[in-house]
Each structure stands twice: as structure tokens, then as C-alpha cells.
Design a protein around this ligand. Structure first.
Ligand code: SF4
Length: 821
């Protein structure tokens, strides 16, 4: 059976009942003219353009990628693929891939050879180390490389260079997930499993548009909704997402008020004594303080703040408070707000006081966005030490030093590892003089772009960019290194439910492009990094050797990989960590038998004050939690930092759409995906549009105190008073290439966003700016280039043509047992 997977991103239904196994359905797409019989080999991989980790095989014909298919046995997807999985691989063959290194000469980037480029990077590094020390060098990486690459980067940055400045773009995305898990459980590590979707009675999605961010897992929810005994859904989202449209109860609170809503849900749970007292007694500390903190947070109190009727809040509290199996998921609606960690922690609290953890259908998924975001966290490439080691615990640092055979003093641990927002501040101020950016595009993805462009363009800052294309960021660099990508190199990625997949090299990279691992290893060789006995600090050459080295670093830690190997992953497919020789099948759920990693001697973090971000000190933590239980951390609601006023009467939220990923570096180069959402747009509700005399397709300007953008208006059922702009659109496909045309209003959402972050996770705020909306030009028969299949569906469905992909988007879906297309 074939279907247009742009028009129907989730594909055909396979209904199933609660506690049954999710039926398989193998999706596949082969390039036009390629018959299945022509495929010469299928090479194993997993998805790169979201955090789901859907296993897939890459079709190879004559040394080129020719398509993909899902794998029916995969524990994550049961063979399904989303639109970005099906079509995204085509970006690899774009004619504008970088194929040779570039260096800046007389203000222009010119081609050079690898030796010249790498020697330039190494020479500048040596110079800075001699003159200014390791603190002058920073590394900013991605959530899209492989585990082996992050681990190598972490070793070379922390023990080779000795800098504390290493973070990932995961700071914009999953920093709050990690921080909330550390705050509650003492340690990172996803408690739940995607399989909990099969068993849950109530699924509560907090700021998580699963239909667009994890399309395959949303397919799973749709299949359960179509089967017997369907789950009841609670959706907390200010937009009319597909999740909202299928929800039993949809709450659309004012943005920036999640904390008030969650405190009210906790208030009701405690008031009605829906508390599992045995669980609380056995496994938590802090219940009294939490109860006291939420005592006055009635639904009526929250109703005023959230602009949601109190009766709906009571209803939501009953839904999550009376079910026997609650699965909660959390993403950017919570994570990119000013009380991100505090609110995400209250979701953990809800589960802890209800005893909803560690059994089928009862769990928390603090979600990730990127395919290997989890790996940046565990490998220490995102502002933590590798293996979830605690920088404040000297014995953890000593243990890591032993693994690397260096002195503990070599590993910077005098202060918390520097977070990305601070690194860019240091680069702006000049104390960071060299910034190495791998696999990410901060000139579009960071807030307040005019500032980011200016700081990246500074002459005194030496910028190295390693990427597939000449991105907006690469255009500002001093050295550009052409990188190989998924399908062109080998490595592992770990998805949002701790499932590790092996991605193997299927084809050669274009031109002279190199795997990120090879680039880091080349640099380490040139720098001649040594351990304390004079041996090479990094003793591996190949991905599999790097994986084995990582296993040694992870041994005995919560993210223990010692039971995994490339061969096992090849044979068994995805396996969830921790996985040891004693537990070779991996671990479906954490905390099935109490809280395991919160003990003061073992925990990754002693936590932070949720309101100020101040680190809790070891003595205080030990006295609060001597036995290592989960910590119920309470916090009060605080108003968003920037509130609407007369000049900026709207709230503005940015976010993603189903068909694109990040800054469109890949998805903007794929016809099926790009045509579904070719240009930026702005969403406002019908009442607001009517009040301002605006209509569908009008060209409008969105302005905040930082900057402005212009886009066409889509009138939707979004909550009144709120504007939404997708954040994917930058400038690489415009005349200017790296910024707005002639200094006028741009098209990037981040022209308008604010340099501000959550105090605990340091995740920037993208959800709560104050903005003005004005008319620039009438639609004149045009309509907004926004998809109709998603949260951007028009309130009047007949007002614009339905999104469809046509013939080029037809993919097969095979539900026969064992069948492959
Ligand atoms: S789109 Fe959002 S959730 Fe997804 S990876 Fe990017 S920042 Fe994370």
C-alpha cells in the first residue's frame, strides 16, 4: 500500500489494545525509478532528524543512497518511519555540500587542503594555550553527531586542552530534561520507556507536540486511540496541535504559566489525598515542603494566572490523579520557558507522590529533541562530566582521571562546566578567543541574532566551523571543515528512551569531506595530547575503538554500556542502557526498585535552587538526602520576565513544524519537505486578526524590543493574545546568505527573541517574548506558506489548499507480518 506521507505524516492505522504489542508496519521510500530488486545492499542506521531513534536501513545502489526502509523488529518504531526519515536522507546528495576545507584570506573564504586548514587550527590553539591558557578556547557542538565523536571531543577538550568551555546546542533543547532529572533523581537518565505508551491509561503531554516532534511515537498513540481501551490524553499546549485535537482534555494556558498550572495539579492531588504514601515514605524526601508550597495553589488561583477555567484544571487534576497508569511527557513548551526546570521538576513530583514510576505505563519521559542529545549528555560534551560524574565530587573526578590516565587537576572542575549562553558571552567579551563549532548553526538558532552575528564576526575571535554546508555560521568562520554525515560514517546514537542504535557507513562522503571523529582525531594528533605516562591521550582510530573506550568510561555508571558491542547492536538492533554483561538485554525502565543514583556518594548533581540556579553544596545535600532518595523540590510561580505592554501587546512563542528540523540545513534541501513548508509564517487567532483588520496571507511584521521579522499571516485556533513563528528559517537560501537583506526585517524567528535563560538549566527562553503585530501588505490572493496538516492548520479549513506531497511523496507501508517492501 502506498500513501502520500506529506499529506498524511503518520500513515495508516494499526489499531491495538492496551497491554498488547504494537503491530509492525514497515515503511519505505525508494528514489524515483529505483525498484526494490535494484538495491545492492541495505545498511543499518537509525533516524537523524529527531530523537525517536527509529531504526532504518539505507538502500545503496552503485555506491549512492537510493532510499530507506524501516525495520519491523525495531523496539522503537516496529518498522515505521516519519516524513523526515523517509525523505531527509536526500539532503546528503545536495550539489552544494562542502567538499574541501575553506580558510579566510583577505576577508574571503577560499578552498584549501586539509593539512593547511588543520595546521592553522592547531597553530592558533597552541598560540592561545601559550599566551592565554585553556580558558581562551571553547567548543560548541551538536545533538547530531555520534556518541564516539562526542566522547572523543570531551576527552580532547577536557583533558587535552583542559578547558571548561564545552557545551552543545542541546543547551537549547534538552538541557532542562537533564537538569530536571538530576534535580529529582540525583542523576540524568530517562526513567520511562516508549513501551509505556502501550500500557498507559492516561498520557499527559506537557508542552510536547508529539505529533510533530516524534511522529512515529505519535503514530503509536493514534494506533492505541483506534484500538480497544484507548488511553485518555491530557494536552497542555497553547496551540491547536494534533495532540490537542485528539485529547480528552486540552488546556491552553497563557505561555510562561506552566508552573502555576503544575502547582495547582499538585495541590489537588494532595488535597484529595491521591498520594501513594508508602512510595513517598520509602523513596522520597521533601514531601512536607512541597505540600506546604502548593497549599495555596488552588485551581481558582491558577485559573487567573493561566487564563484557563478552574473547572478544567480540576478536571485535569482528576485525570492525572485517579488513573492507575500515568505516563507524562515533557518538551519545549516547558523547557524553553523562564521556569523551565522548576516546572519540569513538578511533573516528576506528580509521579513521585503518586508512585507512578518504574512499572509498565507509569513513567516520565523528559523528552529530547535531537537524535543523539542523550549522547552529548552522557559523554560530557554538554556541560557535564562524562559518565554522569559529578564535578563537585572529588572522587568522581579522580575516577575519571583514572580512566583517562591523567592527574585529576588536569580536568577542570573548579566551577560548573560553562554553559553555551555563557560561552557566547565570553566570546563577545573577548575572554574566549577561539570557538570551534561542530554540526550546529548558532547564527540562526541562538536568540537575538543581530548580537550573535556581530559576535561571531569579530576579528579577534577565531572561529572554526565543521559542517556539511556553508551555513549562516560557516559564512562567518575563519576555517570551515567539510564534514561527513549519517550514512557516510559509522557510530552510535542513543534516543530519548535510552535505546542505542548502530548507524553504519553506507556510502563514501562527497569530495574530501571527513567524519567528525576523523577531524577530532587529526587535531588531537597534531596537538600531541599525552596522558600522565607520556602515552597518547586518545588511543583510538576507528569508531568501534572509540565505542570500546567509552564503554570503559561508562563502566559502573548509570549509563553503563559495557554489555553492548557493535556486533550485539548489529544482531539485536536497538538496546536500552544500562546494559551490562550481567544484564545483556538492557533496561527497559529505571527505578523499578527504588531510586538508585541519588545517594550523595553516587549522584551526578546535588541539585540547584530552582529559583536562583545556585548549586546546592555537598554538605547541604547530604543532610537533606542522606539515604539517596528522590528529592521533591518545590518552587513558587514567578511571572515571565517580559510581559506584554501597550507597545508590544502580544506574547510570542517560537517552535518547530513537522516537516523541518532545526535551521533547515538538511530539510530545506529536500523537495518533499521543503515544499510542505517553504517559507516562514506567523500564526494568530481569528479574534486577534479580526480586531487588527488582518486576514489569512497578509504580510505582517512581528516586532519585539530586539528586532523584527516579516512573514505571511496564518489565522489559526491558537490561544488569543499569542503569536507563533517557526524557528527554522534563516538566510542561506536568500540573497544575503547570512542575515537580513540590507539590515531590514529578517525572516528568522530569533531576530526577535531575548538573551535570557532558565536559572537552573540555562536553557534560553523562546516562548515568552512580548511582541507587536502590524500589517505590511495585503494578501492579494496569497496565503501563508504553512502546512495545514499540523498545529498551523487554518481555523477555516476551506480558506487554503490542503498540504500534499503528490507523487514524489508516495511511500510504501507494509503491514504483512515479516513483509518488506
Ligand atoms: S527542534 Fe526543538 S526539540 Fe527538536 S532538537 Fe531542535 S531544539 Fe530540540
Amino acid at each position: 500500500m502506498k500513501a502520500d506521507r506529506i499529506a498524511d505524516p503518520w500513515g495508516a492505522r494499526a489499531p491495538y489494545r492496551r497491554h498488547d504489542a504494537w503491530p509492525s508496519r514497515v515503511d519505505a521510500y525508494l528514489a524515483e525509478g529505483v525498484e526494490p530488486g535494484a538495491v545492492q545492499k541495505w545498511v543499518g542506521a537509525a533516524s537523524l532528524l529527531h530523537s525517536g531513534g527509529d531504526a532504518m536501513d539505507i538502500a545503496v545502489v552503485d555506491g549512492r543512497m537510493a532510499g530507506v526502509r524501516g525495520r519491523a523488529v525495531d523496539r522503537v518504531s516496529r518498522g515505521r518511519l516519519g516524513p523526515k526519515d523517509l525523505f531527509g536522507w536526500q539532503a546528503n546528495a545536495s550539489p552544494d555540500r562542502l567538499t574541501r576545507p575553506l580558510v579566510r584570506r583577505d576577508g574571503h573564504l577560499v578552498e584549501t587542503d586539509w593539512d593547511t586548514a588543520m595546521e592553522l587550527v592547531a597553530a592558533r590553539t597552541r598560540e592561545l594555550l601559550d599566551e592565554r591558557g585553556p580558558g581562551s578556547i571553547g567548543f560548541y557542538t551538536s545533538g547530531q553527531l555520534f556518541l564516539e565523536e562526542y566522547y572523543t571531543l570531551a576527552v580532547l577538550a577536557r583533558a587535552g586542552i583542559g578547558t571548561n568551555h564545552l557545551d552543545g546546542n542541546t543547551r537549547l533543547c534538552t538541557a532542562t530534561a537533564a537538569e530536571a532529572l538530576k534535580a529529582s533523581f540525583g542523576c540524568d537518565g530517562q526513567p520511562g520507556s516508549f513501551d509505556d505508551l502501550d500500557h498507559a491509561d492516561v498520557i499527559a503531554l506537557f508542552g510536547h507536540n508529539m505529533a510533530e516532534t516524534q511522529t512515529v511515537q505519535w503514530t503509536r498513540v493514534l494506533d492505541r486511540l483506534a484500538g480497544g481501551d484507548p488511553p485518555r490524553l491530557l494536552c497542555v499546549d497553547p496551540r491547536p496541535t494534533q495532540v490537542a485535537r485528539h485529547a480528552t482534555l486540552h488546556l491552553a494556558p497563557r505561555v510562561g504559566t506552566n508552573m502555576a498550572l503544575l502547582n495547582a495539579l499538585l495541590h489537588e492531588t494532595i488535597r484529595h489525598d491521591r498520594v501513594d504514601h508508602d512510595f513517598v515514605e520509602a523513596h522520597t524526601v521533601g514531601f512536607e515542603e512541597l505540600a506546604e508550597r502548593v497549599a495555596s495553589c488552588t485551581p481558582e488561583w491558577a485559573a487567573d494566572i493561566c487564563d484557563v477555567p478552574a473547572a478544567r484544571i480540576t478536571e485535569a487534576a482528576e485525570l492525572v490523579g485517579t488513573t492507575d497508569a500515568l505516563l507524562s511527557t515533557v518538551l519545549q513548551g516547558v523547557y524553553q520557558a523562564h521556569q523551565a526546570t522548576a516546572a519540569a521538576v513538578q511533573v516528576n513530583n506528580l509521579h513521585l507522590i503518586r508512585g507512578m514510576l518504574g512499572r509498565p505505563g507509569a513513567g516520565v519521559l523528559q523528552m529530547n529533541g535531537q537524535p543523539s542529545a542523550q549522547n552529548t549528555r552522557e559523554c560530557g560534551a554538554d556541560g557535564d562530566l562524562p559518565g554522569f560524574r559529578n564535578w563537585q565530587n572529588d572522587s568522581h573526578v579522580a575516577d575519571l582521571a583514572k580512566v583517562w590516565n591523567v592527574e585529576p587537576s588536569t580536568i577542570p572542575h573548579f566551577a560548573p562546566p560553562t554553559h553555551a549562553m555563557q560561552m557566547f558571552r565570553y566570546a563577545e567579551q573577548g575572554s574566549i578567543a577561539m570557538l570551534w563549532i561542530s554540526g550546529t548553526n548558532p547564527a540562526v538558532s541562538l536568540p537575538e541574532l543581530a548580537r550573535v552575528r556581530a559576535l561571531l564576526a569579530q576579528e579577534r575571535l577565531f572561529t572554526v566551523v565543521q559542517d556539511l554546508f556553508l551555513t549562516e555560521t560557516a559564512r562567518l568562520a575563519d576555517v570551515v571543515l567539510p564534514a561527513a554525515t549519517w550514512g557516510e560514517k559509522t557510530g552510535t546514537i542513543t534516543n530519548a528512551d535510552r535505546t542505542v542504535h548502530l548507524c553504519e557507513k553506507a556510502v563514501e562522503p562527497p569530495g574530501e569531506a571527513r567524519a567528525d571523529l576523523d577531524i577530532f582525531l587529526d587535531f588531537a594528533r597534531r596537538m600531541d595530547f599525552r596522558d600522565k605516562d607520556g602515552g597518547p591521550l586518545i588511543g583510538w582510530q576507528e569508531p568501534e575503538e572509540a565505542f570500546e573506550a567509552w564503554k570503559r568510561c561508562s563502566a559502573g555508571r548509570p549509563c553503563d554500556y559495557t554489555g553492548l558491542s557493535y556486533d550485539r547492536l548489529r544482531d539485536a538492533g536497538g538496546i536500552q542502557w544500562p546494559c551490562t554483561e550481567a544484564n545483556p538485554r538492557g533496561t527497559e525502565r529505571l527505578y523499578t526498585d527504588g531510586i538508585t543514583w541519588a545517594h550523595p556518594d553516587h549522584c551526578e548533581s546535588y541539585g540547584k535552587d530552582l529559583e536562583t540556579g545556585a548549586a546546592v553544596d555537598p554538605v547541604e545535600y547530604r543532610s537533606l538526602n542522606p539515604d539517596g532518595k528522590a528529592v521533591l523540590r518545590a518552587a513558587a510561580y514567578v511571572e515571565p520576565h517580559e510581559m506584554p505592554d501597550d507597545r508590544h501587546p502580544f506574547q510570542l512563542s517560537t517552535g518547530r513544524t513537522l516537516y523541518h528540523f532545526h535551521t533547515r540545513t538538511k530539510t530545506g534541501r529536500v523537495a518533499q519537505l521543503d515544499e510542505a513548508a517553504p517559507e516562514v509564517w506567523v500564526e494568530a487567532c481569528a479574534a486577534d486578526a479580526m480586531r487588527l483588520g488582518l486576514g489569512e496571507g497578509d504580510l505582517v511584521r512581528v516586532a519585539t524590543p530586539r528586532g523584527a521579522l516579516e512573514a505571511r499571516l496564518r489565522v489559526t485556533d491558537i490561544r488569543p493574545g499569542l503569536l507563533f513563528v517557526p524557528f527554522h528559517y534563516g538566510y542561506w537560501d536568500t540573497k544575503e546568505g547570512d542575515g537580513p537583506d540590507g539590515g531590514g526585517p529578517g525572516r528568522a524567528a530569533n531576530e526577535t527573541t531575548i538573551t535570557d535563560w532558565d536559572p537552573a538549566s540555562k536553557q534560553p527562553l523562546f516562548k515568552t517574548a512580548a511582541a507587536a503585530l502590524t500589517l505590511v501588505a495585503r494578501a492579494d490572493g496569497r496565503y501563508a506558506p504553512a502546512p495545514t496538516t499540523t498545529a498551523s492548520a487554518p481555523s477555516d479549513p476551506d480558506s487554503v489548499p490542503a498540504t500534499a506531497g503528490g507523487q514524489q511523496a508516495y511511500a510504501t507501508q507494509n503491514s504483512e507480518p515479516g513483509g518488506t517492501p
